[in-house]
Design a protein around this ligand. Structure first.
Ligand SMILES: Cc1ncc(COP(=O)(O)O)c(C=O)c1O
Length: 426
């Protein structure tokens, strides 16, 4: 591995990091930081737990409508359930172990949110739930037509809200930052949403969109940086995953733990999933957040003690990365408050590793995902051997990709193949 490794030891409280972490951040070098190795059992906020249960019930209530409106969700055993597959990837594990000259103890699995129905990403879990919540609040079609849903997005949250909002009769406006991919904007416009492009970075885009909505009582702003409804929808994944593993007869213990690797932008998606995982698996799951070296805002918020007030740009990272979904400058305050303490490790990856991971996954497992989604693939090999018993299950959460148009996928394939060569040459 070419990444500088941070000591994997117990953190001081509150977490304060040696300068070497900040040095690595400033130099945009890959780094790993272990923190919060022990989950405090009562650390899950009771109000949020209740909202996760409500979200699960709401998604069940809407299942008949979802099955009818989106036929690809209609198959048994759970028609209308927005869920993704869980798969082991032994060939990828063997290939990467040989590439890194390091055997990975345990088994490597993936969670296929890249193929989540309706909008093809982890953001569908929260975005769709939040729109359904509003649909229950506004049952009258005329009231819906008079309320504009507004959302700011690096792409995939916009795709989720922008796909479901118009289907339920809400006019929908999506504000997008420069990093957002053109195909995501095109796809949204084709589906009936209005897209407003902003020249700046994501944090400025959210602030601008929030300001516009604040001046307009007929607009409801779905705030990616501060939304209990989004968070609860993401968190439903925890119980769902547990049911999937239960059905396979796979349970977890301290001697046979589950490590989950989640790509992180503002932290809402991965934070919600981490919350749901802790709710479902307790101390037997260890959650890792993975961010680009160009925008490690969640890690910086935790390491500096500044929390959601941190802005990556103040510490050197450029904010420019191929992982468009993760290109943000500050964490979500809501996600930080409810999930930062649940995270066992923060990790950064550079664009070469991210793109090479896209290549390795496609070549060895036939899975074609977007760059953000592949960012966690190499992280299991960074954990110190002492922390990884032979019976560990490593779950890399693949977070997006199904909707990439063919032409963009072809271009990505070329970039990914080049990056795999570059990675091997370093
Ligand atoms: C593919 C993908 N993965 C991960 C994330 C991270 O989600 P969040 O910004 O909620 O941390 C995003 C965000 O849009 C994404 O598009």
């Amino acid at each position: 591995m070419n990444s500088p490794m941070m000591p994997w030891d117990r953190p001081a409280t509150p977490p304060k990091q040696p300068l070497s972490l900040l040095g690595a951040v400033e130099a945009q070098q890959e780094v790993s930081w272990a923190c919060n190795p022990d989950h405090v059992p009562d650390a899950l906020d009771a109000t949020v737990i209740a909202s996760v249960e409500e979200a699960a019930a709401r998604l069940d209530r809407f299942a008949p409508w979802i099955a009818e409106t989106f036929p690809d969700t209609a198959q048994p055993p759970h028609p209308g359930r927005i869920e993704s597959a869980l798969e082991p990837i032994p060939d990828t594990q063997a290939y990467l172990s040989s590439l890194m000259d390091l055997t990975l103890p345990g088994e490597l699995w993936v969670k296929r949110d890249d193929s989540l129905p309706i909008s093809g990403s982890i953001k569908a879990r929260g975005g769709i739930h939040e729109v359904l919540r509003l649909a229950e609040e506004y049952p009258d079609p005329t009231a819906r037509a008079e309320l504009t849903l507004s959302v700011a997005s690096t792409g995939n949250l916009g795709l989720s809200v922008g796909t479901i909002g118009p289907r339920l009769g809400f006019p929908t406006v999506v504000h997008m930052s420069t990093e957002a991919k053109q195909w995501k904007k095109d796809s949204l416009r084709a589906g009936g949403a209005t897209v407003i492009e902003h020249p700046g970075l994501f944090t400025e885009t959210v602030a601008a969109a929030r300001d516009v909505a604040a001046d307009d009582p007929a607009t409801f702003f779905i705030d990616d940086e501060n939304s209990p409804g989004l968070f609860a929808g993401y968190a439903v994944a925890g119980q769902r995953l547990k049911a999937q593993f239960d059905a396979l007869g796979r349970t977890f213990t301290p001697e046979a733990p589950l490590h989950v690797y989640l790509p992180c932008g503002v932290g809402g998606g991965p934070g919600g999933v981490a919350f749901g995982l802790k709710l479902a698996f307790g101390d037997n799951v260890h959650c890792h957040f993975v961010e680009p070296v160009a925008s490690p805002c969640f890690m910086l918020g935790a390491a500096t003690g500044k929390g959601a007030a941190v802005n990556c740009a103040d510490y050197g990272p450029s904010g420019r990365t191929v992982a468009d979904g993760l290109a943000v400058q500050s964490p979500s305050p809501f996600a930080f408050e409810h999930a930062a303490h649940l995270i066992s490790g923060f990790h950064t990856v550079d664009d070469v590793t991210i793109l090479a991971s896209v290549n390795w996954l496609e070549r060895t497992a036939g899975m074609s995902v977007e760059p953000s989604a592949a960012s966690g693939l190499t992280i299991p090999w960074r954990l110190p051997a002492a922390d990884v018993p032979e019976n560990t299950t490593h779950l890399v959460w693949l977070t997006g990709g199904a909707l990439i148009p063919d032409r963009d996928r072809e271009r990505l394939r070329g970039q990914a193949a080049t990056a795999a060569l570059q990675w091997s040459a370093r």
